[in-house]
Write a protein that binds this ligand. Structure first.
Ligand SMILES: Cc1cc2nc3c(=O)[nH]c(=O)nc-3n(C[C@H](O)[C@H](O)[C@H](O)COP(=O)(O)O)c2cc1C
Length: 185
């Protein structure tokens, strides 16, 4: 599937078939994540592939008032993205910019690669961020120095969704300086 087509046709899916996803297919999407760019190539991301029903249920219960609850509970696979702290955005063990730790950015790049690759293989995903990440870290025995960032169910879609609206380019793109619209010639 062409990249632009995948970007435009991907949807957040919250209803999943119970059909299994084999390990080879899971590896394909993780491979896409692995090839994401990262700060100084630090690759602070780590991924946990969860198939165990009890662990999926425990993870679902970390969600906070979240429409993705059933998806985390019932999809055949849940992928949890973690990050090693104080690597991304750091130079000589100090933050190199006013942004501090850039792990959210690097993990987001990897996860977006992952969800696009999944879509190109006919699989569905949804980035899930609204959950108690500390609780999830305890469930998954994530060690000190790492945190849980985001998770996604992975499986075959049991629903089709219309695209959600996006702002027009004219609302989000400026020219030369913030707030400046393109001069009409
Ligand atoms: C960082 C991030 C966190 C998100 N967290 C959740 C979440 O906790 N639960 C959920 O159902 N959807 C979540 N979403 C999905 C968004 O609601 C969805 O991407 C957005 O509405 C646009 O829809 P689309 O992905 O189908 O284009 C999240 C998306 C992002 C990028």
């Amino acid at each position: 599937m062409e990249v632009l087509e995948a970007i435009k046709a991907r949807r957040s899916i919250r209803k999943y078939k119970t059909d299994p996803v084999d390990n080879k297919t899971v590896e394909l999407v993780l491979e896409a994540a692995r090839w994401a760019p990262s700060w100084a190539n630090a690759q602070c991301w780590r991924f946990i592939v969860v198939r165990d029903g009890n662990i999926k249920a425990e993870l679902a219960n970390t969600l906070i008032d979240n429409p993705a609850y059933d998806a985390i509970m019932n999809a055949p696979v849940v992928i949890v993205a973690c990050a090693e702290l104080e690597k991304s955005g750091y130079y000589q063990e100090k933050p190199a910019t006013d942004k501090g730790d850039w792990y959210m950015f690097d993990v987001a790049l990897a996860m977006q690669n992952l969800v696009l690759a999944a879509h190109s293989l006919g699989l569905a995903t949804v980035h899930v961020g609204r959950f108690d990440a500390k609780k999830a870290a305890r469930i998954l025995q994530v060690p000190k120095g790492f945190c849980v960032v985001v998770m996604t169910p992975l499986g075959y879609p049991a629903q089709e969704r219309d695209p959600r609206p996006r702002k027009e380019l004219s609302e989000i793109v400026f020219y030369d300086k913030f707030g400046l619209e393109r001069e009409v010639k």
